[in-house]
Design a protein around this ligand. Structure first.
Ligand SMILES: Nc1ncnc2c1ncn2[C@@H]1O[C@H](COP(=O)(O)OP(=O)(O)OP(=O)(O)O)[C@@H](O)[C@H]1O
Ligand SMILES: [Mg+2]
Length: 345
């Protein structure tokens, strides 16, 4: 099967700086791939290069099996001929047009007959639940509705590939969650492939089939959300993916020795020496193991978040509300070997 997108050894430079440095990934048909990473890591630049809005200085990009950029072969297909559409963070809605005219714009720009465009626009507006707003001025819409118009415009043309650059970041928290679900639902129903840029790990985890984690213009790690959740490979990946406990340790013979002298069992085949261990607060088992002092108790909805201190080592743990979890008391804790990852740089 041909990939929806294949990016190989992509390099994009701004002056002396490589904003994207030999990045390679594939997006399969109907797959949602997310480019995740902190500000400035090269997500937007990668996306714009796929769209043809940024000229790479090296590498290859193919869309649907057809080469659209190849530095060595001097192939550079213009954006409008790449057969994709894009949804931006700022909705890029034209204020002087109605909702329907906005969605019809890509058809007009390509000289598509009205008889073809009109039903496609109506269908797209119905899909994003805006059929009743077709004739309304695009400026008289809420942020969420404007983002829906942008989405309708992207899907109306029936493209097989849609690129998203932080499309939900201008929305308030509740609307963002709602749009997230609608977007996932829409993509499943229409079956287009997506490259989706975000710096929000929750968004990446909930929407993606696969995640490419970027750092400083390079790929740090890629995999399914559950791969990345269960097995971040580096300290950076663990921290960015929200693993709360990352602790310096000396690794030898299936054990990690922490700064307080505590030994924790780890499952690890790597070389002995200094590294770090990582485990999630949910993996901390309370009631047996070694002692720590409960420094801080935070109410976190259904559970309590505890800050445990054992000498120079701080550990965050979750616990169900129960008696005995008062600040200043001593508690026993441990982490199973299987829940403890060893991180080497
Ligand atoms: N037009 C430009 N000229 C020069 N440098 C640029 C340009 N656009 C981006 N950069 C630089 O390239 C790097 C990658 O930028 P990019 O916009 O791809 O990051 P990003 O991952 O999308 O970040 P954010 O989450 O903040 O949007 C940054 O260091 C940025 O400063
Ligand atoms: Mg960006």
């Amino acid at each position: 099967m041909t990939d929806a997108v294949r990016v190989e050894e992509l390099v994009v430079t701004y002056g002396p700086v490589a904003a994207v440095d030999r990045v390679s990934f594939q997006v399969r048909e109907a797959e949602h791939l997310t480019l995740l990473g902190p500000s400035g890591c090269g997500k937007t630049t990668t996306l714009r290069a796929v769209a043809g809005l940024e000229r790479p200085s090296g590498g290859r990009i193919a869309i649907g099996g057809a080469s659209v950029f190849d530095g060595a072969r001097r192939i550079d297909v213009p954006p409008e001929a790449r057969g994709l559409s894009m949804v931006f963070q700022s909705y890029a809605i034209w204020p002087h047009m109605s909702v329907a005219e906005n969605v019809a714009f890509p058809f007009r720009a390509r000289g598509v007959a009205n008889s073809v465009a009109r039903p496609a626009v109506a269908r797209a507006l119905a899909l994003v639940d805006l059929a009743a707003y077709a004739d309304r001025s695009a400026t008289m819409l809420s942020g969420g509705q404007q983002q829906r118009v942008a989405l309708a415009r992207a899907i109306a043309f029936g493209t097989r590939l849609v690129l998203f650059d932080e499309p939900l970041s201008n929305l308030d928290a509740q609307l963002r969650l709602q749009m997230r679900e609608e977007l996932a639902d829409l993509r499943r129903r229409l079956g287009f492939a997506a490259i989706y840029v975000t710096h929000d790990q929750d968004e990446a985890f909930s929407l993606s089939d696969r995640i490419v984690l970027m750092r400083g213009g390079r790929i740090e790690q890629q995999g399914t959300p559950s791969d990345l959740h269960a097995a971040p490979r580096t300290r950076f990946a663990a921290a960015f993916l929200g693993v709360r406990n990352i602790i310096d340790a000396d690794i030898a013979h299936g054990h990690a020795t922490l700064a307080n002298g505590l030994l924790l069992p780890v499952r690890d085949d790597g070389p002995p020496g200094p590294a770090a261990i990582a485990f999630r607060p949910g993996a901390v088992v309370l009631g047996r193991g070694t002692p720590a002092t409960i420094e801080r108790v935070l109410f976190a909805g259904d559970q309590l978040q505890l800050l445990l201190r054992a000498g120079p080592v701080d550990v965050i743990a979750y616990a169900r509300p129960q008696s005995g979890l008062e600040e200043g008391t001593t508690i026993m804790w441990h982490v199973a070997a299987g829940d403890c990852r060893v991180l080497r740089e």
